[in-house]
Design a protein around this ligand. Sequence first.
Ligand SMILES: Nc1ncnc2c1ncn2[C@@H]1O[C@H](COP(=O)(O)OP(=O)(O)OP(=O)(O)O)[C@@H](O)[C@H]1O
Length: 381
Amino acid sequence: MCSNCGYVMKLKLCCLSCFFSPELYNPPPELVRKLCGEEGNLRIFSLQEVKLATQNFSSANKVGEGGFGSVYKGRLQDGSVVAVKVLSVEVESMRGEREFVSELSALSNLRHDNLVILQGCCVEGSDRYLVYEYMENNSLTHTLLGNEQNRMKFSWEARRHVSVGVARGIAYLHEEVKPHVLQRDIKASNILLDDHFTPKVSDFGLSTRTLRDNSSYVSTRVAGTLGYLAPECAVSGHLTCKSDVYGYGVLLVEIISGRSVVDFDVELGEHYLVQKAWSNFRAKKLLQIVDPALNMNYPEEEATRLLKISLLCVQETAKRRPTMSTVVQILSNEIELESYEISEPGHLSDLMGIRLHKRYTSQTSSSKSSTTTSLQSTAHF
Ligand SMILES: Nc1ncnc2c1ncn2[C@@H]1O[C@H](COP(=O)(O)OP(=O)(O)OP(=O)(O)O)[C@@H](O)[C@H]1O
């Protein structure tokens, strides 16, 4: 139980004052060791082990770059293959460190076929690393939406498999884990694929939060990514399970269409995928958005159903969006889709205006450049 705010969490990482407590600002290695070694499920790696595994972080082993640092493929001495995320700790913002601590806390006990397992961590001085199971087929950004070189052929069955798996992973976080966990940053680059193309939701440090009594809370750092962010989050910073449902809806249209949520390479009026899907739906031409790479090899009825589910998830009014377990049930035909009425999605272009404005304002006020699409909002605890 956190002495500051009363949340029950291992690391007391539950409110703004906890974030700023000197102890968590710079958690001593003993604390992390205690958390991981004795109380949690995580393994502690030495820096030497991590360096050896990644061949001293050789560029040949680099498999990705995220908002918090680079990701390297590595081989441990027991032969197992891992992904090592190097967290850059900016002394001024402490963003990387907060990510590190929260990720440990959130991930240590979560187990599901559709979640990436965090195997361990390494803390040496100011260096922080996270060690994950390695995902052979990278992320959906890479393999489904990537350039010609990286792109793979996704059959209809593969797309269905990925859509259902991701929905199950998020439903587990929202409804099976106690206390409930929000993903907070659902997007194609956070959906990794193992060697069997089983989708795994990743990146919880950036994105998880536990909820008390299913209520919403206001985050100091709304971590959504442009295009996947639910309108109510952009405006108020309030996060609920329904904001994750919105992100899932966006992802689902991407999976079916093979297109990124925002694409300025296509003709004017087609830039925003969700708007495109909505206008196609209104014009009763929904299937026109299905990926042409499928060469019409897909069941039309099911494709229509999945696209309608995606529109259900991105409705402007959060209350109208289904829960993730309902999404799983509609996807598997256990619940009739016809019993739901689909209303208009949140307007992405308006939303982008808000976000870009906020980003610009925060950048000019701090005179710093930023690659993140996060926005700062006022915290109320
Ligand atoms: N466990 C893993 N196995 C294989 N590749 C991975 C793994 N984790 C991450 N990657 C690769 O590294 C990339 C960066 O991952 P990371 O989680 O750091 O950032 P991101 O999700 O892309 O962006 P952001 O940090 O802004 O959310 C991923 O898109 C993926 O290509």
